[in-house]
Every structure is written in C-alpha cells, then in structure tokens.
Ligand binder design. Sequence first.
Ligand code: 2HA
Ligand code: ZN
Length: 281
Amino acid sequence: MQITEIGFVKGFLRMCDDGWQQGWHERNGGNLSYRIKEEEVAQVRGFFRADAPWQPIGTSVPELGNEYFMVTGSGQFFRNVLSDPEDSTCILELDDLGENYRVLWGLKNGGRPTSELPSHLMNHEVKKRVSGGKHRVIYHAHTTNVIALTFVLPLTDEAFTRELWEMATECPVVFPDGIGVVPWMVPGGREIAVATSRLMEKYDVAVWAHHGMFASGEDFDLTFGLMHTVEKSAEILVKVLSMKGAQEAGAVKRQTITPDDFRALAKDFQVTLPERFLYEK
Ligand code: 2HA
Ligand code: ZN
C-alpha cells in the first residue's frame, strides 16, 4: 500500500487540489495542516524516516506535545501537491514540550514545513482545547474576495460577520459564532499567530487583512466547506458593491436580510447568533 492510498493522506491532498482549483493558491500562497489521529499515525508509521533532527518551532504549544501533523511545505505550490506529495508536503512529530518538531516523512528534496507553522500550531492548540479535541484541520488560503473586502469594510469582527451573514441565507447557519479580523500584520511570525489564536477561542474563521483567511474545522470537508462558504459570500458582496450605477442612485442593497430575519433563522435552525452582530444600521 502506498502512503497516498491512506484515508487522511488522500483527504489532505484532495483538499490542497480543491483550493488550487478555486484560485486561492497562487504560487506558494496558502498552507494546510491536519492533526493526525492516533490510529492514523499507526497506519503511516512504516513510512517514517529514522534519523530526523529536531528543530525549534519558534513558539511553544505544550498542549500539542507528542502529536503528529501533516502539513504543506514552506515555499511549495498547492498546484503541485497532487502530482508530487512527497516533495511538497510532510508529516511531522512534536516533542513532548511542544517546542520542537521533526519531519518524519515528505519534503524529500529538502525544505521546511509551512512558514505559517507557528500560526497553525497555536490555532490547533486553542481549537483542540475549545472543541474538546474535535477540530483537526487548520487551513490558510488567499481568498480573493475576502481580501478585496479588507480594503473597504471596517476591520472589525462585527462588520465582517454581519455583512457576510447578509449575503447568503446559509451563512449564519454555517458560521453562527461569526468571524474575527486581524489587522494587517507581518505574516509568518509569533505575533500574528498569537493574534489569530486569540480569535480562534471564539470563532472558526479569522480574516487576515490584505492577506487571506484562516479556517478551523473537524475534518477536511467541513473546513473546506467553511472557507468556501465565507469566500462565496464575500464574492456576492463584492458584486453588490460593484453595481456602481445602483450605488450612485442610492439603491445598493435596496433590500436585505434584517436583524429580525436572522433571529427567525436562528430559531428555526437552532443556532445561537450573538445579539452583538444584530445591530441596527
Ligand atoms: O506562502 O500564504 O502566509 C504561504 C503563505 C504565507
Ligand atoms: Zn498567506
């Protein structure tokens, strides 16, 4: 059996290709990580190399000590993941303190795990805790329409949540907790990782202004679906805002989904929508 025939590996590789096909991963943009289940580690252990050196993560994630992750490689192109997974992705193990990692499989031509490894791991640490171990996928994508909106909407959780909820009826059901927003920051480091992981305490989605999005979920389908839903909603908003003629005639959003409509939706779909997002405009 090849490693690429194993369930979680297949799911990981397919998700990378799905994102590429959406146009969210120009060049080496974006990254994906998956916290591997114990029984899945057993399925791939036979493929591990023996002599991998430990390297510092650049932050400390003690609640993830001794866990295994599959992640995309730094500088690797999502476009190439399906055709050469052993070059562009890797499986890594953390030490018991969650301060160092070693690459046990993949990156066969050298290189390092994703440049956003601190953000991924700090998000995993928060999400593992707040979801009682259920969340396993962290996904970063350069979603075009959400990025465009970060130039025109106020960079607040309230504005992004409410505007995107309004664009498609399913949105408040798919992300009832809302969306967090990180102002523009230098990517790749600990500071942006801390800011993002704070938002992940209450949300499953964080927008990075002028850069992209982070999404967290239980499995590949749910996490990809969440990213897709938010980005599609952003695409609708960009289209609405682009109807210039209508805008000049004062007719942008002649009608919309109102706060009372959201309350009715919440009741029927049995989701809790915080009142904070249901302000009068
Ligand atoms: O190049 O997306 O944020 C990977 C990235 C960095
Ligand atoms: Zn990025």
